[in-house]
Design a binder for this molecule. Structure first.
Ligand code: KG4
Ligand code: ZN
Length: 303
């Protein structure tokens, strides 16, 4: 609901900034520059942030800094210690993106792998919707999966290089759930919706564990391939889906096995947050990489 999102941004932006200043124990006078998210995202919501930040910069005469949301997820790993050393590899997994990025410096990043269709967060959320769970379903699948076993199998896509694809696995989850509870695999005697719903309810934890196991293995197999290819050993994950407990545990385990230094931002810096925009703004500030007042937000990333 883009219009509702824009309205909510308008209603919340002043209280959020006041709260942030109070939590940081400073006033506007103590702020050296103003950074905002330029892209990617819902344009209406981005415009609210951009215009508000431009007003602050204009009124104070301080620099304005435009930040890319996906670059900020990669740099979220630099908010707290321990920090990865450059160059590092980052798997960024969110609702709209699935990327493998080489980060050589805060201003030098290269996307070496991306999804050719759906993002992994979207796949978590759409699978959850098919299970009758509310949005965003990713965290709920994570919770239910902890109580179940991965006894159902979904296919691993065969995509060249470091790219990802999730549409095939999403479709197989959809067919599995459509046929769930029917007595034979060819679905000749399709049972009614009641049986299907009952099957899903009874087996919810195992279904969630199975979906999660496949999505996590797709991510980590590609990350492993990219790490071996690039020879990098400081490896990070970031973005909303990096809050997933199975991804976090298996990532650390894989890193132990392969001799990586593994990094994940604190939970509050995994999902979308202002601190990652601020840290990116800080590095741009050091480089005097300032935006002009006529900069406009964009729906898609442009780097
Ligand atoms: O980075 P983010 O907060 O927003 C975007 O930039 O998209 O990521 C949101 C995504 C949603 O798809 C949400 O379901 C997913 O992150 N997510 C999770 C978990 N927590 C958030 N997915 C799986 N397990 C979680 N624990
Ligand atoms: Zn995000």
């Amino acid at each position: 609901m883009p219009e509702l999102a824009s309205r909510a941004h308008l209603q919340n932006i002043v209280p959020v900034v006041e709260q942030a200043l109070a939590a940081a124990g400073c006033t506007m006078d103590g702020v050296d520059a103003f950074a905002f998210t330029r892209a990617p995202g819902l344009v209406g919501a981005l415009i609210v942030g951009a215009q508000f930040t431009k007003s602050l910069a204009l009124a104070s005469g301080k620099p304005l800094i435009a930040v890319d949301h996906m670059q900020a997820h990669v740099l979220a790993n630099l908010i707290d210690y321990p920090k990865p050393a450059f160059p590092y590899l980052c798997l960024t997994v969110s609702g709209g993106h699935t990327q493998i990025v080489i980060c050589r410096s805060p201003s030098d990043m290269e996307v070496i792998g991306t999804t050719i269709d759906d993002a992994v967060g979207e796949t978590f959320d759409k699978s959850a919707k098919l299970l009758g769970l509310p949005y965003p379903g990713g965290p709920l699948i994570d919770q239910y999966a902890k109580l179940g076993k991965a006894i159902y199998s979904f296919p691993e896509p065969k995509i060249a290089g470091f790219d990802f694809s999730f549409s095939g696995v999403k479709t197989s989850i959809m067919y599995f759930l459509q046929n769930a509870g029917t007595s034979n695999v060819f679905n000749e005697q399709k049972k009614g919706d009641d049986e299907r719903v009952a099957f899903i309810e009874e087996n919810l934890t195992d279904i969630c564990a199975s979906i999660q196991q496949r999505l996590v293995s797709i991510l980590l197999n590609k990350l492993k391939k990219a790490a071996i290819h690039t020879g990098l050993t400081d490896i990070c994950i970031s973005g909303g889906v990096s809050a997933n407990s199975s991804l976090r545990n298996n990532f650390h385990q894989l890193g132990n096995d392969l001799g990586w230094n593994t990094f994940i931002p604190k939970l509050e810096y995994c999902t979308d947050n202002g601190a990652m925009i601020a840290i990116t703004g800080y590095y741009k500030f050091l480089q005097k990489d300032f935006a002009s007042l006529d900069v406009v937000p964009a729906a898609r990333a442009e780097w």
